[in-house]
Design a protein around this ligand. Structure first.
Ligand code: COI
Length: 357
C-alpha cells in the first residue's frame, strides 16, 4: 500500500503532557491521523497520514443515520531498548474484517492495516508515553460516508485511525470494581451484532451503566438476552471466574465480543497447565460458588484496562463479595505476564509482539 505522509508543521504541534500520571483514558489525541477512502470500483484508495483535525462529513452520510460503523482498539508500547511495539495487531484487524462482513462493509487486508497503524505510530512516536502502565491507544474506525437515506449498505466509506497517550482506563486504577448484575437491559442478543465491534453495542449499553453508576456501582454484568440466566460480559469487557481450580469464561456463541486479551488469557492459562473452560456459566452458579467459598476470583479483560478485578456483585439485592475485595493471585499473575510481554520485559514466546520501530 502507498501511504503519503504530510507531517504537521512544528508550529501546529501540540505537546504531550509531561506528567504520565494524569493521562487517564481517551482524552488526549496525538498530532496526526491516518485516512483512506473507499468507493465501489476503485476500492480503498488515497491512504495518507495527515495532521489531526476535524473530518468533513455530508449530513446525509449513512453512518449518521443507520449506524454503519465499526472500530478497533489496540495499543503501542515503548518496549526494551526504546523499540516501539504493537500487541497482536493482526487479531484486531482480522476482527475488524469480521465486524465489516457482519455490517456489510468492505474489508481491508490486515497487512495494509498494520502498515497504516505503523505509519501513524512512527509519525507520532514522541507521543508514546514510557512509564509502566501507559501506552499509545490506537483507534481505527470504518464508517459509511455515502450521502443517501435508503436503508442499504453504503457505496462509500472512510477508514481513519487516531491515537493518543493513555494511562489507566478506570480512574481508581486496580481497585476491584463494584458490579451490578443487570436484570432488565441486555447488551446483545444471539444473532445480533454483539460479536461485532460496532458503536451501536456501546450506545445500547449506556443506560444500564448510567443507572448502575447512579446507584453507586462501577459497571454492570450483562446476562444473556434470552432468559437472563447466563453471564455474558462485564461492562465493556469479557469476564472470567476462578472457581476452585477452574478458570471459566463464557463461550463465544455470537453475542460476546471475541476479545484479544480474552484470547491471550486463555492461551497463557492453557500453556501453564491450568484447568480452563469456555462454557456457559449461570448467574445462579456464580451466586452459589460465592456463597460456599469456591469462587476465588472474578475479573474482566479488555485492551483498555487489560485485567480489571471485580470486588463485588450485586444480584437481586444481595451483595456478593469476591476475594476480599483485592486483586486476586490469578488475575495478578495474568496481568504481570501480559503486560510483561507488552513492555518487552518477559520473553515473547507466542509471537505476539509486532515491532514497528
Ligand atoms: C476495551 O476494553 O478495550 C474496550 O473495548 C473498551 C473500549 C471501548 C474503551
Amino acid at each position: 500500500m502507498d501511504i503519503s505522509v504530510h507531517l504537521a508543521a512544528e508550529s501546529q504541534r501540540k505537546r504531550r503532557p509531561a506528567d504520565d500520571s494524569s493521562l487517564g483514558f481517551g482524552k488526549i489525541f496525538s498530532d496526526h491521523m491516518f485516512l483512506m477512502e473507499y468507493s465501489n470500483g476503485p476500492g480503498w484508495h488515497n491512504a495518507r497520514v495527515v495532521p489531526y483535525g476535524p473530518l468533513s462529513l455530508d449530513p446525509a452520510a449513512m453512518v449518521l443515520h443507520y449506524g454503519q460503523e465499526i472500530f478497533e482498539g489496540l495499543k503501542a508500547y515503548r518496549g526494551a531498548g526504546e523499540s516501539i511495539c504493537l500487541f497482536r495487531p493482526r487479531m484486531n484487524f482480522e476482527r475488524l474484517n469480521r465486524s465489516a462482513a457482519r455490517l456489510c462493509m468492505p474489508e481491508i487486508p490486515p497487512d495494509d492495516q498494520i502498515e497504516a497503524v505503523s505509519a501513524l505510530v512512527r509519525a507520532d512516536r514522541d507521543w508514546i508515553p514510557s512509564s509502566r502502565g501507559t501506552s499509545l491507544y490506537i483507534r481505527p474506525v470504518v464508517m459509511a460516508t455515502e450521502p443517501a437515506l435508503g436503508v442499504r449498505p453504503a457505496a462509500e466509506y472512510l477508514y481513519f485511525i487516531i491515537a493518543g497517550p493513555v494511562g489507566n482506563y478506570y480512574s481508581r486504577g486496580f481497585d476491584p470494581v463494584r458490579i451490578l448484575v443487570e436484570q432488565r437491559f441486555v447488551r446483545a442478543a444471539r444473532g445480533g451484532v454483539g460479536e461485532a465491534k460496532t458503536g451501536g453495542n456501546y450506545a445500547a449499553s449506556l443506560l444500564a451503566a448510567k443507572k448502575a453508576k447512579e446507584k453507586g456501582y462501577d459497571q454492570v454484568l450483562w446476562l444473556d438476552a434470552g432468559r437472563l440466566e447466563y453471564v455474558e460480559e462485564v461492562g465493556t469487557m469479557n469476564i472470567f471466574f476462578v472457581m476452585d481450580d477452574e478458570l471459566v469464561t463464557p463461550p463465544l456463541t455470537g453475542s460476546i465480543l471475541p476479545g484479544v486479551t480474552r484470547d491471550s488469557v486463555l492461551r497463557l492459562a492453557r500453556e501453564w497447565g491450568w484447568k480452563v473452560s469456555e462454557r456457559p456459566i449461570g448467574i445462579e452458579e456464580v451466586r452459589k460458588a460465592a456463597a460456599d467459598g469456591s469462587m476465588r476470583e472474578v475479573f474482566g479483560t479488555g485492551t483498555a484496562a487489560v485485567i480489571s478485578p471485580v470486588g463485588s456483585l450485586s444480584y437481586k439485592g444481595e451483595e456478593i463479595t469476591i476475594g476480599g475485595g483485592r486483586m486476586g493471585e490469578v488475575a495478578g499473575k495474568l496481568y504481570a505476564e501480559i503486560t510483561g510481554i507488552q513492555y518487552g520485559e518477559v520473553p515473547d514466546r507466542y509471537g505476539w509482539v509486532h515491532k514497528v520501530a
